[in-house]
Design a protein around this ligand. Structure first.
Ligand code: AMP
Length: 281
């Protein structure tokens, strides 16, 4: 596996691969890799000729007072994991090389960036869409791999690709979970042992919602109330949001019907966890 550090070198590599007709798959990550990331790498391996995994903690998607500085980083461990998975390139640029001058150009998604995580993290999706656009231009993939774990991000990236005619296909991989159901996340290492145990309530909430829908409950408010009660009974859990929206475009829905997204964000101390369930009803 090759480690590439600069956008210029990465772009040169991608161009040479592209000329030989090889299909490049890109898995964008912020590193501190776990099985969730690696499942995307495996899918890319299966569907593409060459797999590029980017590792970049992107400052412009973090707000004031968020965890940019504390975000866990371990590049040598990440490289070893990627080597084992058979990735072709780990692209791990420095901030100064990704943003060598003050940015004047940003990609903004105007219809869905004020919902869910966008409401609690203003500017977050502008930062994500901008860096993902830069990564698409640098790595020139024919396929981009994203996780359902970040459901809103996946919907926004798919919309951006359609709106701006990026010449690639987006693949969304399922949520990979710990044995007790907690969705894997680099941020799980922040949790105290007690919070780690209690954090399983996010997954339990999704299962409860699934059961309620299976029992014929079709009013979003009723499901939200049941989940809110469950989370509020959990020590240390503070709800950021519990919402049920259209799984297509995050619009409000009156009834559980069609493609429906149930999305949760819950804080334990300073650690904000997200999880979701996409239902086809
Ligand atoms: P991150 O490093 O957290 O920015 O995540 C990089 C990519 O991995 C994103 O597309 C995430 O949605 C995806 N991802 C993160 N956690 C998981 C998980 N538990 N299961 C599946 N995909 C995930």
């Amino acid at each position: 596996m090759q480690v590439i550090k600069t956008p210029a070198e990465m772009q040169m590599w991608s161009r040479s691969q592209g000329m030989t007709g090889l299909k490049i798959g890109l898995v964008p990550t912020m590193g501190f890799l776990h099985e969730g990331h690696l499942s995307l790498v495996r899918q890319a391996r299966e569907l593409c000729d060459a797999v590029v995994v980017s590792i970049f903690v992107n400052p412009i998607q973090f707000g004031e007072g968020e965890d940019f500085d504390q975000y866990p980083r371990d590049l040598s461990r990440d490289f070893a994991l990627l080597e084992k998975e058979g990735a072709d390139v780990a692209f791990a640029p420095e901030v100064r090389d990704m943003y060598p001058e003050k940015m004047s150009t940003f990609v903004e998604i105007t219809s869905m960036d004020d919902k869910l995580c966008g409401r609690s993290r203003p500017g977050h999706f502008r930062g994500v869409a901008t860096v993902v656009s830069k990564l698409f231009n640098i790595c020139q993939p024919q396929m981009g791999f994203f996780g359902q774990k970040d459901a809103q991000q996946a919907i926004i990236i798919e919309k951006m690709v359609r709106d701006l005619n990026f010449p690639l296909e987006i693949v969304v991989g399922e949520i990979i979970r710990e044995a007790d159901g907690l969705a894997m996340s680099s941020r799980n290492v922040y949790l105290s042992p007690a919070d780690r145990k209690n954090a399983v309530v996010l997954y339990q909430s999704l299962l409860k919602a699934k059961d309620l829908v299976a029992d014929g409950v079709n009013r979003p408010a009723e499901i939200i109330k049941a989940i809110t009660d469950l989370i509020n009974q959990t020590p240390g859990a503070v709800i950021d949001y519990v919402e049920i929206l259209s799984g297509r475009d995050l619009s409000e829905i009156e009834e559980i019907k069609g493609k429906v997204l149930l999305a949760l964000a819950v804080k334990f101390g300073n650690t904000r966890l997200i999880d979701n369930l996409l239902l086809e009803v």
